[in-house]
Design a protein around this ligand. Structure first.
Ligand SMILES: NC(=O)c1ccc[n+]([C@@H]2O[C@H](COP(=O)([O-])OP(=O)(O)OC[C@H]3O[C@@H](n4cnc5c(N)ncnc54)[C@H](O)[C@@H]3O)[C@@H](O)[C@H]2O)c1
Length: 437
């Protein structure tokens, strides 16, 4: 341990980050900024090329930061997995999606584990960061890593430390979000804590791999359930003629015992709509139902249908049908100020609108065109906003409340707005032009 700490203090440790996406790249940046040498590994050649040329691949990591990392020699990306032999720690940040049947899709964890196993060296530290169900590190990762004969906790070190990345969050970045760490052994945990301590503000050691895995799942279930609750209340209060947004604002004045969550057109992103179902799947092996998660999932996935119903109602009031109407969806990203459209409710909204015969366009300043998703392929390009084009749509649907939008101007020029994010709340005289959904 002393030798490991000395190596870290002397900045002689080389960190390998496997998977250079929304989680892996910011993590690599933190270690590189702390003066450690980082090798980023990815199977995506295009991504690796872009990064090595000093450009970023995601909005919330600036080109200038990547340029600096590359220029100082602190960071290099590669597809050459044999170089895993050269690093002291391997931090695994690969995707953990759901299969078509909404079960954990472990293919990325398994394939990266197989790659690491091929090059694993005695003394190396392997940390899984991907969000997953409790038991993954010891039940899935460890056996594959040990297949070459090295024993976890003895010949190499194994830990789990969940990523808590929140793209677009202006108050926190990867380096300022405390990190929970669980190890296979105490030494594994201590080694991981010592390493993260160089780049992350605080580490929180827990007693086991499973406790760390469960902590991450708890965080995401907590959000998923609370968002579902306000989504349901939104519909109930709307029927009563009460504005949920005003209610949340009022309740938020309570200085204790209340944390505000906000309704929306549905749940999006790589985490909240997906991760809770990792636990559901695992709980089934123990004969346990996860009723809160199932119910929250049911409510959250029904929200795009509610927004569509409100849109139909709003058009109906104007003696129009959705069929044949021109609809502009504002915001494609799953939340404001980011460029990630994975699981975005806007996609579902566009598909539902199209199914009902509407002619749909979208605008998103951060997503110039759609790319193929695992289950969707919209094949659309973002339309440039102008006063004339806004007025040409029967209805403008605000699905993502990007800060760059000028809502006064949008309200002024659109004929009818359906606002699923309360983005127009501060616009004077929005009045009958805006329908909250
Ligand atoms: N995106 C977020 O905001 C966020 C936040 C917290 C946690 N997480 C979790 O972090 C994990 C990663 O998510 P992400 O959003 O960064 O995903 P991502 O899709 O943005 O990036 C994953 C990267 O891994 C690469 N990859 C896949 N298989 C590989 C392999 N075998 N070897 C090397 N590289 C491989 C992909 O090419 C991709 O570049 C997931 O478990 C996710 O749930 C994500």
């Amino acid at each position: 341990m002393r030798q490991w700490k000395r190596k870290i203090a002397n900045k002689e440790v080389v960190v390998g980050v496997l998977g250079l996406g929304y989680v892996g790249l910011p993590l690599a940046r933190e270690f590189a900024s702390a003066g450690l040498r980082v090798i980023g590994f990815d199977i995506d050649e295009k991504k690796v090329k872009i990064l090595n040329s000093g450009r970023s691949i995601i909005r919330h990591v600036a080109h200038s930061q990547v340029r600096q990392m590359v220029k100082t020699g602190c960071f290099r990306a590669t597809t050459d997995m044999a170089r895993l032999k050269k690093v002291d720690a391997i931090l695994v940040c690969v995707p953990t999606p759901l299969t078509q049947n909404r079960e954990p899709d472990m293919q990325f964890i398994i394939s990266s584990a197989k790659t690491i196993a091929k090059y694993l060296q005695p003394g190396q530290l392997v940390v899984l960061e991907s969000t997953t169900y409790p038991g993954t590190t010891s039940e899935v990762l460890a056996p594959i890593l040990q297949s070459g004969g090295l024993k976890a906790g003895k010949d190499f070190h194994l830990a789990y430390s969940p990523e808590r990345e929140d793209p677009g969050n202006r108050d926190f970045t990867t380096g300022t979000i405390p990190k929970v760490v669980g190890g296979l052994t105490k030494k594994c945990c201590d080694m991981a804590c010592a390493l993260y301590g160089t780049a992350i503000v605080r580490t929180i050691p827990v007693s086991s791999l499973e406790a760390a895995e469960a902590a991450k799942i708890l965080e995401n279930v907590y959000r998923c359930v609370n968002i579902a609750m306000v989504n349901e209340l939104k519909i109930v209060f709307d029927r009563m003629g009460i504005d949920i947004w005003e209610v949340i604002k009022a309740a938020s004045t309570k200085p204790f015992g209340f944390k505000a969550f906000y309704p929306g057109p549905g749940l999006g992103g790589h985490c909240i709509p997906i991760d809770p179902f990792y636990l559901t799947w695992k709980a089934r092996q123990y004969g346990m139902p996860t009723r809160f998660i199932e119910l929250a999932g049911e409510i959250n996935t029904s929200m795009p249908h509610y927004v569509i119903a409100k849109t139909i109602e709003a058009l109906n009031e104007r003696k129009k049908s959705l069929k044949g109407s021109k609809v502009l969806v504002l915001g494609l990203a799953y939340k404001k100020d980011i460029d990630d459209l994975r699981e975005s409710p806007s996609i579902e909204l566009i598909e539902l609108l199209r199914q009902k015969g509407a002619k749909v366009d979208y605008n998103d300043p951060y997503i110039p065109r759609t790319h193929k998703q695992r289950q969707h392929d919209l094949r659309m390009t973002s339309k440039k906003l102008s006063a004339r084009m806004l007025a040409a749509y029967d209805v403008v649907l605000i699905s993502t409340d990007h800060s760059d939008y000028d809502y006064d101007w949008i309200v002024k020029n659109a004929r009818l707005l359906v606002d699923a994010r309360n983005a127009t709340a501060a616009v004077c005289g929005a009045g009958k032009k805006v329908v909250k959904a």
